[in-house]
Design a protein around this ligand. Structure first.
Ligand SMILES: Nc1nc2c(ncn2[C@@H]2O[C@H](COP(=O)(O)OP(=O)(O)OP(=O)(O)O)[C@@H](O)[C@H]2O)c(=O)[nH]1
Ligand SMILES: [Mg+2]
Length: 439
């Protein structure tokens, strides 16, 4: 089966444009190859150009277009793949100049998402993103078609092509609305499930990070070590982990219940990538809502990837985009077994990061301990005499701590309370200090 896939691979020319001083360019080109691979396309030749700004009509310079055309003929290529997103008119011009189908990075990512989508929701989300991607590109095609139809462009005298374009556009808009409506319904259902989870007071932890970093592997190891003992089939609760881009497209939430220790929910979701098309981010917003509602994020990083810092930057930016930029986070430097300097010395733990190897089951216990310390910081008791003028301080303590006993006396309010010892509470501890009865 795989054999035939290999044989049928379409041959593509890769074209990359290095803009200004882009240090990340090599990485982007390598990633483009990996994206092609995931789409069963075989890169047979690469052409790059350095420019200060993309050519407005053709993205690359006119001379380069000739070079691409020549290379495509020499290498018997089926398509040309560009490294960034092309504007609809650039794609159309390039197609006319080169005479082969033109794909850009966005189209590749859409295609991968389409082939991976399993659930109704994921399928709808990808379809929505695809339709939104097509809409402006349709009009590009329409210009050519309306010329064929001989239409002048005036309202009363439309060419056949232009009429067809309008019908296509109407159909796409109609389908966009249908997708949105269906998604709304699916979303409601999931929100109800999430509501019951968030009301249960069990904290929620979300795995996030660049695609292929090992998020699903961490999830599966947590399930193997500490899956919910109430369900006997933790094996069935596992998610797909695989060495490919975007193995995961759905959000999965599982309960982690380590014996004798507090439980929490852990969610695994779609990974991020540089220049993730914004239609896709928008379309997957509801899938990613789980992330926005988390009490703690675990950012999984493939520390063996030479570009892992770049991946962390992209992850941080995407989280910010989603409105999850301020949620507390632990950094999981995964695949440390592949880095010679760490290999003999894992797991390695500090207060907010860990070097581990989820794939080898190394560091899972340590990671669990870090999560629990973060989610359930230790509490200390205190006795206070708060003057009546400190009403707002008492209010803060009621909100953020636990009041064990409280009595209104002449000199003020006598309070016995518990408050967590954590950096978040530092300022409150400081303000309460002078009213404590015993230190
Ligand atoms: N060497 C090594 N490989 C690992 C480790 N953890 C995960 N892997 C491998 O890395 C690949 C990707 O793992 P996944 O868990 O599917 O990655 P993911 O972050 O869920 O990826 P997407 O769902 O595609 O975004 C798989 O082939 C894993 O077996 C590790 O600690 N060491
Ligand atoms: Mg995954």
């Amino acid at each position: 089966m795989m054999q035939t896939m290999e044989e049928n691979k379409e041959r593509v020319i890769l074209v990359g444009l290095q803009l200004g001083r882009n240090d990340n360019f090599d990485h982007e080109m390598e990633e483009l190859e990996a994206l092609c691979d995931a789409c069963y396309l075989e890169p047979v030749f690469t052409i790059t150009q350095a420019l200060d700004a993309p050519h407005q009509a053709l993205y690359i310079g006119t001379g380069k277009v000739g070079e691409v055309k020549q290379a495509a003929a020499n290498m018997d290529a089926d398509m040309v793949v560009f490294d960034d997103s092309l504007s609809p008119s650039q794609a159309r011009n390039l197609n006319m100049e080169i005479g082969l189908p033109i794909l850009d990075r966005t189209a590749l990512i859409l295609q991968i998402f389409e082939s991976r989508a399993q659930t109704r929701e994921a399928k709808l989300q990808v379809e929505l993103a695809r339709l939104q991607y097509m809409l402006p590109r349709l009009s590009g095609m329409g210009v050519a078609m309306s010329r064929q139809g001989g239409g002048s462009g005036s309202r009363s005298n439309k060419g056949a092509g232009e009429k067809k374009l309008e019908l296509d556009r109407r159909y796409i808009n109609h389908r966009i609305n249908e997708c949105k409506k269906e998604l709304q319904a699916v979303k409601k259902n999931r929100q109800t499930q999430r509501k019951s989870r968030s009301q249960s007071a069990i904290p929620q932890v979300s795995l996030v990070g660049y695609t292929n970093a090992g998020k699903s592997t961490v999830m599966n190891q947590m399930l193997s070590f500490y899956g919910n003992p109430e369900v006997t089939d933790n094996e069935h609760k596992k998610v797909l982990q695989k060495d490919m881009l975007f193995a995961t497209l759905e959000t999965t939430v599982r309960k982690i219940a380590p014996p004798g220790r507090p439980e929490f929910y852990l969610s695994d979701t779609v990974g991020f990538i540089d220049k993730l098309p914004h239609h896709l981010v928008d379309a997957f917003r509801s899938t990613l809502e789980e992330v926005c509602n988390a009490d703690l994020l675990l950012q999984v990083v493939d520390v063996s990837d030479p570009y892992y810092r770049e991946h962390m930057r992209v992850t941080q930016e995407t989280l910010k985009d989603l409105g999850a930029g301020d949620i507390p986070m632990l950094i999981v430097y995964n695949k440390a077994d592949k880095v010679p300097t760490f290999a003999g010395d894992i797991p390695m733990v500090t207060s907010n990061h860990i070097h581990m190897a989820a794939g080898k089951g190394v560091g899972i216990e340590e990671l669990l301990q870090m999560i629990i310390t973060r989610l359930f910081p230790p509490e200390r008791e205190m006795n206070l005499m708060l003057p009546y003028s400190e009403g707002s301080l008492l209010h803060q303590l009621t909100e953020q701590g636990t009041i064990v006993a409280q009595e209104y006396q002449n000199e003020g309010v006598y309070v016995e309370a518990r408050l967590t010892v954590s950096t978040k509470m530092e300022s409150l501890w400081r303000q309460l200090e002078s009213y404590r009865l015993e230190k």
